[in-house]
Design a protein around this ligand. Structure first.
Ligand SMILES: [Zn+2]
Length: 495
């Protein structure tokens, strides 16, 4: 009910202002064209950039491309004159982990995957027992300081085994066929750990191997039928010595957020942030399959570049925004919103003076639903009501006055299962109490696939969406008041 009244009031306000186009804003908004966007995105999403995975040479090429661009259009480098906010990420490499089955060394990803944390100088030889399934009847008295082979253990059961003193746990999946099918896919992330901000040196030790039934049986020197037959009478299987080694290698990954700054005039201490992520998910090992990430998030990065160019052009013509604007293309989004998290914790300008974040992540496509309905001129607008009651009104005003898109708010529904509000970089700004808008075209079958390519981009619609960002930014950067944070209650959603 409250929402309904609010919307009616907002529409009245918008209705009374809608005819008042700012001719200067129109002029620079019109510099954002489908042709310009195609030229930029064709480079960003080219095979040459190899899918722009964080830390790779392909992403470094994208960095240089952005740096050259921001320099060329005359924006300032806000990090000691440079356009790079550099930092390191760390990634554990578990490729040297092995289990000896009595005849051969089995390497991580072969017939098992390692999920845990440890670092050993030398091979461990561990007396290992079979416990079948963990149930109320399980006898834990014989497992202290030993290895344990267990069938189908969940997280609580693993914790229980550890609590009872198990040193290493070998988990067998009851559905061995499904495990073997999943294994190749899981192996990659098990061998290359997640990228993180610290090198994990003080993480708790745990040694858990997920193994095939065959490997488990080999370790116990029985055949798989014997092992499975002993699930309810595990002491039928004898204790055996098992050899393995867990070697952890930490790789340091040098990466950077790309940043460009336009100083404002009388309100220049206040900063509007316009963002995208310029990393994507990269390519396969030999480079034969490239995920070009044209929509995700080549489109948003192109959008930020175009908006930056429009503002830079205006500034060159003597029309500067009152507030300053920071254009930022973050790294590590696909690794867990890492670049934006780094920025939010290490801001180049005070967070209290950071007035808004407009984040663009995927604006280059029309999703299947809108393709079918024929209504292509839409964009999902997410989060505009979360922290400030003013932001959505300003966004609506910009749209009605300049761009006339269908603004779709369905993903603001707190019950929406997709939870997009939490899934891109704006969220790291929202967590700091900064009102944000996230612009998004929805998912499609090419999402995170090698088929997310430039030829599928709808540049006409994409340009209109970028113009909406531009006009919204123009208003936010020039109006007297910054948008107040007057809906902090909604921070409860921030988990
Ligand atoms: Zn994305």
């Amino acid at each position: 009910m409250r929402k309904l009244i609010f919307s009616a009031w907002a529409l009245l306000l918008i209705g009374s202002l809608a005819l008042a186009q700012d001719a200067t804003a129109v002029k620079y908004g019109n510099t954002i064209t489908p042709e310009d966007m195609r030229a930029k995105l064709t480079v960003l999403a080219s095979d040459d950039f190899g899918g722009r995975e964080t830390g790779t040479e392909g992403q470094k090429k994208a960095s240089r491309f952005l740096e050259d661009f921001y320099k060329k259009i005359g924006l300032a480098g806000p990090v000691d004159g440079t356009y790079r906010q550099k930092f390191s990420l760390y990634q554990a490499d578990w490729s040297e982990v092995y289990i000896h089955d009595g005849k051969n060394k089995k390497m991580n990803g072969d017939e098992f995957i390692f999920l845990g944390n440890a670092d050993m100088d030398k091979e461990m030889r561990l007396n290992t027992v079979f416990v079948g399934k963990v149930t109320e009847d399980t006898d834990f008295s014989a497992i202290a300081d030993k290895g344990v082979v267990v069938v189908g253990a969940n997280r609580n059961q693993l914790a229980k085994l550890r609590e009872e003193g198990a040193k290493a746990i070998f988990v067998v999946n009851e559905n061995d066929e499904r495990f073997k099918q999943m294994l190749p896919r899981q192996a990659r992330s098990a061998i290359q750990g997640r990228m993180t901000f610290d090198n994990g040196s003080d993480a708790a030790e745990s040694i858990v191997f997920y193994v095939t039934q065959q490997l488990a049986a080999d370790l116990l020197k029985v055949d798989t039928e014997e092992m499975l037959a002993a699930i309810d009478s595990p002491s039928d299987v004898k204790e055996r010595k098992v050899r393995f080694q867990v070697k952890k290698n930490i790789n340091e990954i040098a990466t950077e957020n790309m940043v460009a700054f336009l100083e404002g005039t009388d309100l220049k201490d206040e900063v509007l942030v316009i963002s995208s992520h310029f990393d994507h998910i990269g390519q396969n090992e030999d480079g034969t399959v490239i995920n070009n990430g044209a929509d995700d998030d080549g489109s948003g990065t192109t959008g930020v570049m175009e908006v930056a160019e429009a503002f830079a052009q205006a500034a060159q013509d003597g029309v500067r925004p009152r507030r300053s604007i920071l254009f930022i293309n973050v790294t590590g989004e696909e690794k867990g919103l890492l670049g934006s998290a780094y920025y939010a914790d290490n801001p180049l300008f005070p967070i209290e003076k950071t007035v808004n974040n407009l984040n663009i992540d995927m604006i280059g496509r029309v999703d299947p639903e809108h393709e079918e309905s024929g209504n292509r001129d839409y964009v999902y607008v997410i989060g505009s009501e979360k922290l400030s009651s003013h932001l959505k009104i300003i966004s609506e005003y910009a749209n009605i006055t300049y761009t006339g898109l269908d603004l779709d708010y369905r993903f603001d529904d707190p019950d929406d299962r997709n939870r997009f509000y939490y899934r891109s970089d704006h969220y790291n700004f929202a967590k700091k109490g900064i009102p944000i808008i996230f612009y998004f075209n929805g998912v499609h079958p090419d999402y995170h696939r090698p088929t997310d390519t430039v030829d599928k981009i709808t540049f006409d619609v994409m340009a209109k969406r970028a113009q909406l960002v531009f006009h919204t930014a123009w208003i936010l950067a020039n109006r007297d008041e910054r948008t107040p944070v007057d809906k902090e209650d909604d921070m409860e959603y921030n988990r």
